[in-house]
Ligand binder design. Structure first.
Ligand code: IDP
Ligand code: MG
Length: 155
């Protein structure tokens, strides 16, 4: 059965940019065979933070989260591939990096819950909202990347 190709939103958070970890993280996605269809550096505003983290604005840690996420540029990316939403979340590991398994991005690169280097959409429904939140259609590239070495014909 043909598996669904999905798109998911990734943010390399200010700590990833400041610590020089962007190349390392982007490499992991490229090595996995995910296709980068959008990528840019942006500075998140207070309004965008409140929209993106709407589910967390009432939490006691939200002021620190907003201060952190707006404090320096982030790298925003859209990745595409087979079951990309779940694959990318698995590669990131759980929110609390102290509990994140070795081999995951958070497990290898962070030991914190708040400075955990990466955001990734948590479901297909969330991805469908988050991709257009950060990227215009015209910023999502249409190009061929040979898949014949990555997937069988019926995948
Ligand atoms: P996720 O990033 O793994 O999807 P969410 O629960 O959606 O986790 O939280 C979004 C972000 O808010 C986390 O990545 C982290 O930066 C921050 N955050 C979540 N929970 C806590 C907490 O308990 N303390 C401090 N920061 C938190
Ligand atoms: Mg989340």
């Amino acid at each position: 059965m043909m598996a669904t190709t999905e798109r998911t939103l990734v943010l390399l958070k200010p700590d990833a940019v400041q610590r020089g970890l962007c190349g390392e993280i982007v490499s992991r996605f490229e090595n996995k065979g995910l296709k980068i269809v959008g990528m840019k550096m942006i500075q998140i505003t207070s309004a965008l933070s409140k929209e993106h983290y709407a589910h967390l604005v009432s939490k006691p840690f939200y002021p620190d989260l907003e201060r952190f996420i707006t404090s320096a540029p982030v790298v925003a990316m859209v990745l595409e591939g087979k079951e990309a939403v779940e694959v990318v979340r698995t590669m990131c590991g759980p929110t609390n990096a102290t509990k994140a398994p070795a081999g995951t991005i958070r497990g290898d690169l962070s030991n914190s819950t708040s400075r955990n280097v990466i955001h990734a959409s948590d479901s297909k429904e969330t991805a469908a909202k988050e991709v257009p939140r950060f990227f215009k259609d015209s910023e999502l590239m249409k190009y061929d990347l040979s898949k014949e070495w990555l997937y069988a014909g019926d995948e």
